[in-house]
Ligand binder design. Structure first.
Ligand SMILES: Nc1ncnc2c1ncn2[C@@H]1O[C@H](COP(=O)(O)OP(=O)(O)OP(=O)(O)O)[C@@H](O)[C@H]1O
Length: 271
């Protein structure tokens, strides 16, 4: 098939192993990962606990060096962290002594690419985009968990990264806030037109948010399945009751269960 979409991220034959000093042993975490992510796509990675999801995300961020293979963003090889990628973690990494606005401005201050006026304007724009208008001068301890994750998302977007990396960003939220944030994230990414790689333990969340769900095998992580989510683009929570949604969820669940069975694991973390 002639695919005319622009490839944003190319992952080619990636292998990665850790060395355990104490045991003097190598541990293969990723094995032969090949994946293309296209512009504007949100791709989720799911798989059994310990299969290498975070390792993979950290390798794409450039925080970890791979042993072989290549990872390219816009045809440029990733060797170390860079401003064209932004990560959002499970736990907010906000500075408690900085206001929402000052937290959102932090990345821009480090990068020194923007004037003071631009930084203020951009911070304001992204704070509004994530729905926090009016909270600019609040401190993190005055915000709820969901609001703090919004600040993190604003902070990740404000430097205009080409790729957004999200490592279980909603895992610490209660179920209701989590669902609300899923809908909000969809809207935010749609407005910001970002390409994103998302890690989650929740199959339901992966199906709801993604254009594709990539299922990893048990460690060493390799790609077991790459499943297009053929659901309408306009996603509301009602979609979670749609027969096709449930079918996709069950298909992915079975694939992960097969892998978990291979390692003797019964359930998934957080599920
Ligand atoms: N710094 C490290 N040194 C040695 N081994 C590591 C290190 N970090 C992770 N590992 C091992 O690599 C494998 C993959 O870990 P990783 O955290 O990437 O998995 P994961 O799929 O994100 O796990 P989870 O779903 O439980 O968060 C695991 O077996 C883990 O024990």
């Amino acid at each position: 098939m002639n695919d005319r979409r622009k490839v944003k991220l190319q992952v080619q034959k990636v292998y990665m192993e850790y060395y355990n000093e104490r045991r003097r042993q190598y541990l293969l975490a990723l094995s032969d990962i090949n994946l293309n992510i296209y512009e504007g796509e949100l791709v989720s990675i799911v798989g059994p606990s310990g299969c290498g999801k975070s390792t993979f995300l950290n390798a794409v961020d450039g925080l970890l060096s791979i042993n072989s293979g290549r990872i390219l963003l816009d045809n440029k090889e990733i060797k170390k962290p860079g401003p064209e990628r932004s990560m959002v973690f499970q736990h907010d990494s906000l500075f408690p002594w900085r206001t929402v606005e000052q937290n959102v401005m932090y990345g821009m201050e480090i990068q020194k690419r923007f004037s003071n006026k631009e930084m203020k304007e951009r911070a304001e724009h992204f704070i509004h985009l994530v729905g926090l208008k009016g909270f600019e001068q609040q401190f993190p301890n005055e915000l709820s968990g969901g609001m703090r994750q919004r600040v993190n998302i604003a902070r990740a977007l404000v430097t205009e990264p080409e790729l957004l990396l999200l490592d279980e960003p909603f895992a610490a939220l209660d179920a209701q806030t989590r669902e609300f944030m899923q809908v909000e994230l969809m809207k935010i990414l749609e407005k910001a037109q970002k390409t994103a790689l998302f890690i989650t333990h929740q199959i339901n969340e992966a199906v709801f948010l993604s254009n594709r769900v990539v299922v990893f095998t048990a460690r060493p992580g390799s790609i077991k399945a790459d499943i297009p989510i053929d659901l309408p683009d306009a996603r509301t929570l009602k979609l979670k009751h749609h027969p096709r949604f449930i079918e996709l969820e069950e298909q992915i669940w079975r694939l992960i269960e097969e892998e978990s069975a291979n390692t003797g694991m019964v359930t998934l973390g957080g599920q």
